[in-house]
Design a binder for this molecule. Structure first.
Ligand SMILES: C[S@@+](CC[C@H](N)C(=O)[O-])C[C@H]1O[C@@H](n2cnc3c(N)ncnc32)[C@H](O)[C@@H]1O
Length: 395
């Protein structure tokens, strides 16, 4: 975690963790020992009780503290994957000689925007950064402003603006200012704004948001829970938006068409990343026993500008399953730049120990380029390890 380089997707600064621990220590009622109760209530709220709607749950100080210790680190980590993927794999350019602007819609205590500020400041220390956060909860926005001010050394060249607004019944989408942004985030908030509303409404509003809020080379990143329902909804939205002439997908897939899983319905497009939670989160989890060593989410990245062209082929793909070992094979499923789902295999007997170790470390979400594929029944065989000519992994 904090021992990882500050540019790593898995880095969570100790100072950020300590800030939230201090907020708990300042409370007369809450302690790390008893915070699991509020955490469990919130966790149920985000999963099994979600159909009951989403009030300002940060009104209760215990909920805000539970969020800061338990949910904030996960959101912090998740947003870094699509950002790093865009910059390092798709060569999305950080603007030169002008500030980079971020809009965080449904920001909560700034889990996504603060993480982006720290990451982008690390990648380019000269960069000026301006973040705008909008949320219905003044309590969450207050925590965002205070942590931003208290931890200046994590994001030295940055400023932050906050707007407390209920965005549910607004015609003007999300933000009524005139500014356009380089990055717009909807991190685990879309499903709350639109709970119970028809998907057509969401698509119309997102189209308008892309036109009004994004700069020509800007990116809209939407992250949602990896639940079947939320992931399939998000993909449905993405597929409709990609039908538009003026919008392009930058992730998760390499192609611009629909997701091949939407038709079959058996699987759904989502990410799973191995992760090490901060100690305070582990501590609270002792009384909850949830699986917290994986980050699970679904996401889409969209822009008015196309990503670098990726010719349609089965040889260039994103891993959409874990790497598994079965009957003498390594097996993985990929969605390739031809827009199709394929199963790829490597024969175990052709691999030495180092190669096997490398393959075991490959993770869902990695990109591979391969060559010399052979058709073996319904699978595509990668004949030799050396036929993997490119492997990209967000570290
Ligand atoms: C699950 S939290 C996500 C917070 C943060 N973006 C993150 O990634 O951790 C959802 C956020 O959306 C906000 N939200 C939900 N409905 C809203 C609405 N109608 N208007 C404004 N904000 C809303 C909540 O207050 C909350 O901060």
């Amino acid at each position: 975690m904090s021992d990882l380089p500050p540019s790593s997707a898995r880095h969570y600064p100790l100072a950020m963790e300590d800030w939230w621990k201090e907020q708990v220590e300042l409370s007369d009622v809450h302690t790390l020992e008893n915070l699991h109760r509020n955490t469990s209530v919130l966790s149920d709220h985000f999963t099994i009780k979600r159909d009951k709607g989403f009030p300002d749950y940060f009104k209760k100080p215990g909920h805000l503290l539970a969020y800061g210790i338990y949910f904030h680190p996960k959101s912090w980590a998740r947003i870094r994957y699509p950002i790093l993927e865009a910059i390092k794999y798709h060569h999305w350019k950080i603007p030169e000689n002008k500030p980079l602007s971020i809009l965080d819609v449904g920001s909560g205590p700034g889990s996504a925007s603060l993480s982006a500020l720290q990451l982008l400041s690390t990648l380019n220390p000269e960069l000026k950064l301006e973040a705008t956060a909008v949320d219905q909860s003044p309590h969450a926005l207050d925590a965002l402003r205070r942590s931003h001010a208290d931890l200046r050394s994590l994001w030295p060249g940055s400023s932050i603006n906050t707007h407390a607004k209920n965005l549910r019944h607004r015609d003007t989408f999300f933000y009524s200012g005139k500014q356009r942004f380089d990055l717009v985030f909807l991190s685990f908030s879309l499903n709350e704004f639109f709970a119970g509303r028809p998907i057509e409404d969401v698509v119309v509003q997102l189209k308008a948001a892309c036109r009004k809020l994004l700069k020509k080379k800007g990116l809209l990143i939407i992250m949602e829970p990896a639940l079947r329902e939320t992931s399939r909804n998000l993909r449905n939205i993405a597929d409709r938006l990609l039908d538009e002439e003026d919008l392009y997908g930058w992730g998760p897939y390499l192609h611009q068409g629909p997701c091949p899983f939407q038709e079959t319905g058996k699987f759904w497009c989502h990410e799973v990343r191995a992760w090490r939670p901060p100690n305070s989160m582990e501590y609270v989890n002792r009384r909850m026993q949830r699986k917290i060593h994986e980050l699970k989410y679904s996401f889409i990245s969209l822009s008015p500008s196309p990503p670098p062209a990726s010719p349609s082929t089965e040889e260039h793909f994103r891993m959409v399953s874990p790497m598994s070992r079965m009957k003498g094979h390594f097996l993985m499923t990929g969605v390739a730049s031809d827009g199709q789902e394929h199963v790829y295999e490597l024969l175990f007997r052709n691999l030495n120990t180092t190669q096997k170790r490398t393959l075991r470390k490959m993770e869902r979400g990695d990109f591979l380029k391969v060559q010399n594929l052979e058709n073996v029944g319904k699978r595509l065989r990668i004949p030799k390890f050396e036929d993997i000519i490119q492997h990209f992994h967000v570290g």
